[in-house]
Design a protein around this ligand. Sequence first.
Ligand SMILES: Nc1ncnc2c1ncn2[C@@H]1O[C@H](COP(=O)(O)OP(=O)(O)O)[C@@H](O)[C@H]1O
Ligand SMILES: [Mg+2]
Length: 267
Amino acid sequence: MSIVFEKVSKAFGTKEVLRNVSFEVKKGEILFILGKSGMGKSVTLKHIVGVLKPDSGNVWVDQQNVTSLDSFQLTQIRRRCGMVFQHPALLDSLSVFDNVAFGLRTPQYQQTLPTPLTEKQIEEAVVSKLQLVHLGTDILKRFPQEISYGMQKRVSLARTLAPAPEYLLFDEPTTGLDPITTEAVNSLIKDLSHTLKVTSVVVSHDMACALKIADRVLVLDRGGILAHDSVAEIRRSKEPLIRDFLSETVSLEAQLGASQLINRGAS
Ligand SMILES: Nc1ncnc2c1ncn2[C@@H]1O[C@H](COP(=O)(O)OP(=O)(O)O)[C@@H](O)[C@H]1O
Ligand SMILES: [Mg+2]
């Protein structure tokens, strides 16, 4: 059970985004793919779920070659991979309950079960997933616009968790969040990955998050892999780009410390 990239190359027109990229995400680990904007992080995630196909090379998910699956097999792979996007992307016209239940009610999901879920089972699944993201049943009937942005992100995560994915793929989960919500999202990713025993790939340009949650960090730069190491190795790296990323974390940590102090003062 793992994700393997084998010599994957991808270009858009003359723009080479991935060049001969090979790596493996081991079962149960959190791999953090770090890179500046435009370095192919989202493109990499899209290859895992077969939204994009490589020009050459192969992508394997659980020993299945994603590049050569038919649409039914791809749907099954996508069911096993929960995608979490930067923005919550909840459906405004549906309550929190119906948003979290959404994936459970789709025919694509129901087809994968021996018997369709009853409404009671759906309700149990929704409540338990909300608990996992530290939300209570008091918000079930509320609509996305009636809860805070941080709560919307949690609801969106609960929705992704509802069909019990084996892989969690996060695209810029903390971009644009204030330091305290960032911290909360980081803890959630780490705790969920471990308690649910899922394999996670997190892509972001945020080194501070990488240092907090990653088991291993893969640095993408100009089409290739600049580093693929443990957090301890990354901290010791002499690569100028990695040193730049590391120096940014110092000021972010200072910001977080300051906002925690303000928060404590206010409470
Ligand atoms: N479907 C597409 N068509 C053309 N160019 C694309 C497409 N998807 C991504 N790109 C280009 O590939 C590069 C990498 O994109 P992306 O993976 O989204 O970057 P990021 O690392 O910021 O997530 C960018 O230059 C982007 O413009
Ligand atoms: Mg991106």
